[in-house]
Design a protein around this ligand. Structure first.
Ligand SMILES: NC(=O)c1ccc[n+]([C@@H]2O[C@H](COP(=O)([O-])OP(=O)(O)OC[C@H]3O[C@@H](n4cnc5c(N)ncnc54)[C@H](OP(=O)(O)O)[C@@H]3O)[C@@H](O)[C@H]2O)c1
Length: 270
């Protein structure tokens, strides 16, 4: 399935906003969107990394690039971004940045728990509300909300991250059905293990059974190809099959298996 670049640009351009765009999957989204001729507005906390990405994208693709160093977990995030976003003809929102601490539940401080909620739930919720209102009068546009396989079942060691990703999945699926009649396409992109700096920093210790690990470019590419075609996309055939098998086992057994496996993989953090 190829992307018709002109159609994509007409439907989701001219500007795309990418939250968490300086590395990993977010950077891959920025690269692919710029390659299709969209102008991109990049957001992350660290300005130097954003500036490097912005310079690279301008040089490689010749598109307009803006960036802003801001903490998307801040309660003032939308108020701070709004004046700049209001100026842009925004066609696409990518909610990508997330926080996920791998540790037993009781090892989280109250601040850690809030950090999950702030970045993984409040930020996509408020950005989706803002962008939907902007897109509604145009009658076209899109949103991609990044989620995770662990959002389908409870999982020890990742309880809070898993729960916030369940929120993202349900939010995106709901918005898909609610906004499609207004010309707004919403896709939940469910990734499994993806070789990004964030993921690699967790140093998983796999045994003989390794999950399939994807590159960030593949995740972003699949998401962009599926936008407008379905509510939810699971990246990679093996992840898809794994999820089907877990469904057949039922929630109780599935979450037990996920929990046992994560506790083993991250035994040094238990
Ligand atoms: N990698 C995986 O294995 C995997 C698996 C399943 C799902 N996912 C999902 O895919 C998405 C992307 O994952 P990822 O692995 O690429 O890493 P990530 O850590 O979610 O994203 C990294 C990007 O987000 C920015 N960022 C982090 N915290 C931020 C904050 N508070 N405010 C603004 N920007 C922030 C980072 O830059 P700064 O540090 O400069 O802010 C960087 O640009 C996430 O939603 C994740 O849940 C990933």
């Amino acid at each position: 399935m190829d992307i018709d670049r002109d159609r994509f640009r007409a439907r989701y351009g001219p500007w795309a906003f990418i939250g968490g765009a300086s590395e990993g999957i977010g950077e891959a989204f920025a690269d692919l969107l710029a390659a299709m001729g969209l102008s991109v507005f990049l957001v992350a906390r660290h300005g130097e990394a954003l500036e490097r990405t912005a310079c690279r994208l301008r040089a490689r693709h010749g598109v307009a690039v803006r960036w802003r160093a801001i903490d998307l977990a801040s309660p003032r995030m939308l108020a701070e971004l709004r004046p700049e976003l209001d100026e842009l003809d925004l066609g696409l929102l990518v909610c990508n940045a997330a926080y996920g601490a791998i540790r037993p539940f009781l090892h989280n401080s109250f601040e850690d728990l809030n950090a999950h909620l702030d970045l993984n739930c409040r930020a996509p919720l408020l950005l989706a509300r803002y962008v939907a209102e902007r897109l509604q009068p145009r009658g076209r546009g899109g949103m991609i909300i990044m989620s995770s396989l662990v959002g389908f079942h409870g999982a020890a060691m990742l309880s809070t991250y898993a729960a916030t990703k369940a929120f993202d999945t349900v939010l995106g699926e709901s918005l898909h059905h609610e906004l499609r009649s207004q010309g707004i396409d919403v896709l939940v992109c469910v990734a499994g293990a993806t070789r990004t700096p964030s993921y690699l920093s967790t140093a998983p210790r796999y045994g003989w059974l390794r999950p399939s690990e994807h590159e960030a470019e593949r995740v972003a590419d699949e998401a962009l190809r599926c936008l407008g075609r379905k509510p939810l996309h699971i990246v990679g055939t093996r992840n898809h099959v794994t999820l089907q098998l877990l469904r057949v086992l039922g929630r109780r057994l599935a979450s037990r298996l996920m929990s046992t496996s994560l506790t083993r993989i991250y035994r040094d953090k238990a």
